[in-house]
Design a protein around this ligand. Structure first.
Ligand SMILES: O=C(O)CCC(=O)C(=O)O
Length: 335
């Protein structure tokens, strides 16, 4: 590049980065979505057919641990575009909620972006995304949920169906986390809520930055008989883009997992995590929407600023359709 060219590009505002995928013109729409979500580009869908890219490795030598680790499930040829696509096209939330700690109310700021789709096994989505009773097939009563369940958009449903075929498990929920950088995290927890039923299977995908996935056994009471012969050792998996971990059996009732904050060469990069789960009862639906959508504003990837930004529905709606509003979304800017 000439000096002049270099100077020009230094002063010119940066053009938004070109997406690494050919967007589909078909879209998933639903009254609860802030905006329509494009279908998975055909090139990605075609490449996904070759998944799993590697055979899963069973990890069950330790007490109560039962994992299948696909390293990777989605090949490097497509995991990068899958990451770019999902980060660009999905809508996210930065949920705040209150907890009571020893009688004191504390506000918790979820340290990552989240979003969720699906409905528990007592309901299903009919044509047009209407919530129906799973048994009768009739429209569910309006009072069934406080939240507004959202059908899984096509771009995630493709992956859900493939995961069902690979694992032999059924999934009705898709939770998505976006870790903007190494400061975003999820602390030690287990997905052992009663609404998932006993010994739930959870398939967990990684796209984008490499992050450590840490696991440790829950404390074993000294009174446990017979006492375990070997003390379970903590597990550390360095999850890369396209990897999938299936957690099943007694894993959730006995082990905790986390994605800790991290410095290092990948710390400035974003990571998407997708988990597929099966919620059995209504409490699962309420819980997932409360903690992954919440009541705040919508965020969307801003390719020019290269960060998640408050999605200003009012502005977009004003220019696109003359100020018409969707009751699902206030378009409120968040600080
Ligand atoms: O990001 C991950 O890999 C883990 C996510 C997770 O543990 C969860 O969503 O419950």
């Amino acid at each position: 590049m000439s000096k002049r060219g270099a100077l020009d590009s230094f002063f010119k505002p940066a053009a938004p980065k070109k997406a690494k995928y050919e967007a589909s013109t078909e879209k998933s729409v639903h009254a609860t979505y802030p905006y329509a979500v494009p279908h998975l580009p055909a090139s990605i869908t075609e490449s996904l057919q070759f998944s799993p890219s590697e055979e899963g490795k069973v990890m069950n030598e330790q007490l109560d641990l039962d994992l299948v680790y696909y390293q990777p499930y989605v090949s490097p040829a497509v995991s990068g575009s899958m990451f770019e696509f999902l980060r660009q096209e999905l809508f996210f939330y930065r949920v705040q909620y209150k907890i009571n700690r020893g009688g004191v109310q504390t506000v918790i700021n979820t340290p990552r972006f989240t979003t969720v789709f699906g409905v528990d096994a007592t309901s299903k989505f009919g044509d047009g995304g209407m919530v129906l009773d799973a048994k009768t097939g009739k429209k569910a009563e309006a009072s069934r949920y406080k939240c507004k369940p959202r059908p899984i958009p096509q771009c995630l449903d493709v992956l859900r169906r493939m995961t069902e075929a690979t694992t032999g498990e059924a999934f009705n929920f898709c939770l998505v986390n976006y870790y903007a950088n190494g400061q975003d995290s999820i602390s030690y927890h287990s997905d052992d809520e009663r609404f998932l039923g006993p010994d739930p299977a959870i398939a967990s995908f990684s796209f984008g930055a490499k992050r450590d996935f840490l696991m440790k056994h829950k404390p074993i009471p000294p009174s446990t008989s017979p006492a375990p012969q070997l003390e379970p050792k903590p597990v550390k998996l360095q999850l890369g883009s396209g990897d999938m971990v299936l957690m099943r059996g007694k894993t959730q009732s006995n082990w905790l997992h986390s994605i800790p904050k991290r410095a290092g060469p990948e710390a400035h990069k974003g990571r998407i995590n997708i988990t597929f789960r099966k919620a059995m009862v209504k409490a699962g639906t309420e819980n997932y929407y409360q903690y992954n959508v919440g009541t705040g504003g919508v965020y969307r990837w801003d390719s020019k600023e290269e960060k998640m930004a408050a999605w200003l529905q009012d502005k977009i709606a004003d220019s696109a359709k003359g100020g018409e509003k969707d009751e699902q979304n206030t378009g409120k800017e968040q600080s």
